[in-house]
Write a protein that binds this ligand. Sequence first.
Ligand SMILES: Nc1ncnc2c1ncn2[C@@H]1O[C@H](COP(=O)(O)OP(=O)(O)OP(=O)(O)O)[C@@H](O)[C@H]1O
Ligand SMILES: [Mg+2]
Length: 445
Amino acid sequence: MTRRTRDFAVLVLTTGTVMLILALTGSLGLIEALTAMFVIGAIAAAYYVGSAAMQLPAPAKPLEASRREGMALADFLSALPLPAFEVSRDEQRITSFNQPAAVFLRLGQRRSAPPRASAIIRAPALLAAIETCFNAAGLGSAEIEMEIGPEEQWRAHIHPIPGSGNLMVVLEDLTPVKRAARARADFLANASHELRTPLTAISGFIETMRGPAREDKESWDRFLSIMAGETERMSRLIADLLSLSRIESAEHVQPTAREHFGDIVMSSVDALQPLASEKGVELVFDEPEALPAVTANRDELIQVVENLVSNAIKYSKGGHKVTIRCGVAADAFAARTEAAQAWPDSERMTLLQTSNRVAINEPTVWMRVEDQGPGIEREHLPRLGERFYRADQSRGGKITGTGLGLAIVKHIMAHHRGGLAVETVMGQGTAFGVWLPAARENQGV
Ligand SMILES: Nc1ncnc2c1ncn2[C@@H]1O[C@H](COP(=O)(O)OP(=O)(O)OP(=O)(O)O)[C@@H](O)[C@H]1O
Ligand SMILES: [Mg+2]
């Protein structure tokens, strides 16, 4: 019986009895006694109903109490999204575990007896910590970090299970957190290095012009033109960094404008014609048949075309040809084949997969930029599109660049639910392909 039920019963019974006695002894008329009993009964009922809302929920039961009530540890484990398992005091066997732990510990096949922890767990640090916890007086608890392989990092939380003498181990994957921290540190190191290099050159020339070459006015022109080049390099780098951060911060804002992909490609290619002529590279743009519109940010797509075509020009020699083609395919897979899988014996790599938010059979527009340059060695392919990654660093660094161009392209294509791929044949050329879904009939402005 709850407290409020008891209060209610006592109140009603006591007042009922008092009224009855008063009525029987003649101190109170029967009508008055009945009215008073009715009023007090109504007040008691109001208390009973009103106090229900004030009732506090029952406190959560500790694990031990729940176990006594028959709730198995396995139920707790299976509700945990992290790998978790129980190690018995007796022979240190893994007596229960959840599905993520089965994957982590590779506990696939059925076994007749629970396996020993030492036979299953490959991290010596974890085994040692479990051992230490068992040896501690009254079972200890511990928290350790461990590296598994060159890349993975995990944290293990070991706690005694009350009442059983066993231990519970919960594992937490720290790999993504550590990877993000490393990427941030790498990015800062690279960015400051890239900025410091031209700055060092500029301040070196200023020193020379103030000191040893103070009177040598003839060489000043040469120094100034080198300094101008370095300044230009720095402002290009800052512009690229700003553009990357702008694209990243707008990543979740979907483009809305309806644009003509063919027009964007054509005007961007035209803008690069002087650069190509200066180098003696022939730019060939195969005019596409009518292309469907795309839902896009025009400036961003111009950046994609300019980065890919300027790379093709940069890595070509005089007399080479750079060919730009575009078209439309039935879906993203067909578009990737057209854009970056045209040469039979090429090395191929998809640098950005089409987002899974794109429906199957969604008509897809593609562009291919093909050159006759030196090609890219196979080992570099997976890392293209990483910020500051340059494949030709080892070739003596004659061609300058910061390695941000493809990172920008990759981000923009992700923003447009598109993809990016490359194919290359050493000594014969490279082709980069991009694709993005065509706008639906009723979509866009
Ligand atoms: N068409 C190509 N042919 C050969 N190598 C290429 C080609 N395009 C890109 N690469 C390689 O990929 C690397 C990354 O290209 P990315 O455009 O990101 O940087 P970058 O051109 O060096 O510098 P920038 O930031 O000025 O564009 C280049 O350094 C180069 O080694
Ligand atoms: Mg580039």
